[in-house]
Design a protein around this ligand. Structure first.
Ligand SMILES: [Zn+2]
Length: 205
C-alpha cells in the first residue's frame, strides 16, 4: 500500500514523489529559509547564533522542567527557565519553522514589499521576488526581526546592485502605477504616452 504523504510545510498538499518533502507552493519559501539558515551555519553574521542558542535553551529547559515538577526550583533557576522558554518560543529551530513563518509573512504582508509596497513575486523576475529581510540589519533572523521585501531592495539596502536590475525594478514600479491609473480611468493610453515622453524629455537636453 502506498502511504499518503503531505507537504511538511503546509501540511495539506499531497506529495507525489517519494523523495520530496515540500509541495511546489511551499518550496520557494523553504529555499529562502534554507539560505538564511546556511548563512547562519557559515557564520557569515557573527550575531547569527540563534540556532545553537535555541538548542542550548531546549536542553536547559528540559533539565529545569524536571526540577520544576518536583517543586525544587530556586529563584535563579526560575528566572533561567523563563528565559529558556522565551527563547524557544521566539526563534526558528528548523528550516521548516522558518519556511512556515516566511510563507505566513508573505500573505500577511499581502504579497507586498515592506518598504516599497510593490508586489513581490515568488518565482518571477530576478530582483522582484521576495527576500527575507532583517529589520535590524545587525540583528538575528529571529521571528521578531524578519520581514519580507523585494530582493532588489534588500540588495540595495545592503550594497549596491547592478544597474539593469535597478532599472527593471523602477520600470516595474512605474508600470504598476500607470496600469492602475488607466484602469481607474484617470488617464487614457494617449495621456500616458504624452506624459511619459514629456517627463523623460524634461531631463534630457
Ligand atoms: Zn506545502
Amino acid at each position: 500500500m502506498i502511504s499518503e504523504r503531505t507537504c511538511e510545510i503546509c501540511n495539506c498538499k499531497k506529495i507525489k514523489r517519494s523523495n520530496q518533502k515540500r509541495c511546489k507552493d511551499c518550496l520557494p519559501f523553504y529555499n529562502a529559509a534554507n539560505r538564511a539558515f546556511t548563512r547562519c551555519e557559515l557564520k557569515e553574521y557573527e550575531d547569527w547564533k540563534i540556532k545553537s542558542q535555541i538548542i542550548k535553551a531546549q536542553k536547559k529547559e528540559k533539565k529545569l522542567s524536571v526540577i520544576e515538577k518536583k517543586g525544587l526550583l530556586n529563584k535563579k533557576q526560575k528566572e533561567e527557565l523563563k528565559i529558556c522558554r522565551k527563547r524557544i518560543r521566539m526563534g526558528f529551530l528548523t528550516r521548516r519553522d522558518m519556511a512556515l513563518h516566511i510563507k505566513y509573512l508573505y500573505y500577511r504582508q499581502e504579497r507586498r514589499c515592506i518598504y516599497t509596497k510593490v508586489e513581490m513575486q515568488i518565482a518571477g523576475f530576478k530582483g522582484l521576488n521576495f527576500s527575507v529581510e532583517r529589520i535590524e540589519v545587525k540583528g538575528r533572523y529571529d521571528i521578531n526581526n524578519v520581514s519580507l521585501c523585494l530582493d532588489i531592495v534588500n540588495k540595495m539596502k545592503n550594497k549596491l546592485t547592478n544597474e539593469k536590475e535597478f532599472f527593471e525594478m523602477c520600470m516595474y514600479v512605474i508600470t504598476n502605477y500607470i496600469k492602475k491609473k488607466v484602469e481607474d480611468g484617470t488617464y487614457t493610453k494617449n495621456d500616458i504616452r504624452s506624459y511619459l515622453v514629456s517627463s523623460i524629455l524634461k531631463h534630457i537636453n
